[in-house]
Design a protein around this ligand. Structure first.
Ligand SMILES: NC(=O)c1ccc[n+]([C@@H]2O[C@H](COP(=O)([O-])OP(=O)(O)OC[C@H]3O[C@@H](n4cnc5c(N)ncnc54)[C@H](O)[C@@H]3O)[C@@H](O)[C@H]2O)c1
Length: 341
């Protein structure tokens, strides 16, 4: 058995395991000695993102009933549509895939008697925060159909736990970043972020360093922050993955825990660009752009509850290290022009 090996190997379904976060978590489950079945429709994911050792089933979460049976100890549910801007243009897609898809999954789990769920929720459920750092008791007022659909799922899961005894955790991620090198050597494959279109700041900045984009847009530089640009909480994907393994053991039947996952410290857009310049040695030109609607000035998590309930402490909190890992992954992907269609 490998690092983090468990005494009792179990079998888990990972929906969305061909995507960025799901792939890294699936890899961590395998390294802990578990069996992993990945269910993904490859709508935004990539076969190359499914870790070696996982069984892959191409299909939709809406069809999970065909796959699930009593041999599964739990489901880790990452499959979703997750572009905030697209959700404003096409809200129906987000309600159907995120809320409708999860309802189908929950019913399939109940039918098969699968007792445990860990769900990818998001900081977007909070909307414009009144206080920072944001704790789980903060008001939820999402500013996009994406955030609203995720909040609806959090409520849906709470109801199913109360009514049918599911044990569940909703993990509200802040900004996930970085890449993960599976245990087994420095030359092994890296698992990282490749969304198309890309909307996350760190990979966008690195695309400029790779020469695939001329400049990075800075949306607003007149926010009430030290340098006028938005501040976000970046969490390394490997730290995030470790929290999922802890979450699998954190609740008892009937309980739904909602827990933020962030580092508890923020970095501005300009700090990220400066760090990427230092890591890549590229000048990375920036271009001023107007503020985007619904973009809060500061989003930083209180990670206190995760510390208390999951016993989780992030260990890869240096921005330079997060960017360096993302840079190594981005360079390896260079020449990759978009998903195979
Ligand atoms: N990346 C972040 O910073 C971040 C922040 C907050 C929350 N999240 C949430 O984490 C989860 C994973 O995010 P990601 O960045 O890895 O996204 P991703 O797009 O890389 O992964 C999502 C995966 O789900 C699959 N998928 C989508 N709908 C499906 C369906 N109906 N049936 C089967 N497969 C389906 C896609 O093909 C893809 O492989 C999402 O639920 C997202 O909302 C991500």
């Amino acid at each position: 058995m490998t690092r983090g090996a468990t005494a009792e190997p179990k079998k888990y379904l990972v929906t969305g395991g061909a995507g960025y976060v799901g792939g890294v978590v699936a890899q961590h489950l395998l390294e802990a000695g578990h069996r992993v079945v990945v269910l993904d429709d490859l709508s935004t994911g990539h076969l190359a993102g499914v870790p070696a050792g996982a069984e892959f089933v191409e299909g939709r979460v809406q069809e999970a009933a065909r796959l699930l049976d009593g041999t599964f100890a739990g489901v880790l549910h990452f499959a979703a549509s997750s572009q905030v801007g697209e959700s404003v243009e096409e809200p129906g897609k987000y309600w159907r895939n995120n809320a409708g898809g999860t309802l189908d999954l929950l019913e399939a789990m109940r039918g098969a008697g699968v007792p445990r769920l860990v769900f990818s929720s998001t900081a977007a459920t909070y909307g414009e925060p009144r206080n920072v750092p944001i704790s789980e008791t903060a008001p939820t007022a999402p500013t996009s159909p994406y955030g609203a659909s995720k909040l609806a799922v959090d409520h849906m899961i709470g109801g199913v736990c109360a009514a049918h005894g599911l044990a569940a955790v909703s993990l509200r991620y802040f900004n996930v970043a970085g890449a993960y090198r599976p245990v087994g050597g420095p030359d092994g494959p890296l698992l990282g972020e490749r969304h198309d279109p890309e909307s996350h700041l760190i990979p966008l900045v690195l695309q400029v360093a790779l020469g695939r984009r001329e400049a990075v847009s800075v949306f607003g530089d007149d926010y009430p922050t030290p340098d006028g640009t938005c501040v976000r909480d970046y969490i390394h994907v490997a730290d995030l993955a470790e929290a999922h393994l802890l979450a699998l053991e954190a609740t008892s039947p009937g309980e739904h825990l909602v827990c933020n996952l962030g580092n508890g410290s923020g970095f501005s857009v300009r700090e990220v660009i400066r760090t990427a310049r230092a890591v890549t040695g590229h000048p990375i030109p920036e271009r001023a752009a107007p503020r985007r609607a619904g973009d809060p000035a500061v989003l930083v998590a209180s990670a206190e509850l995760a510390r208390r309930r999951l016993g989780w402490r992030p260990s890869r909190t240096e921005l330079a290290g997060i960017v360096a890992d993302a840079w190594e992954f981005a360079r390896r992907q260079d020449g990759w022009k978009g998903p195979e269609r």
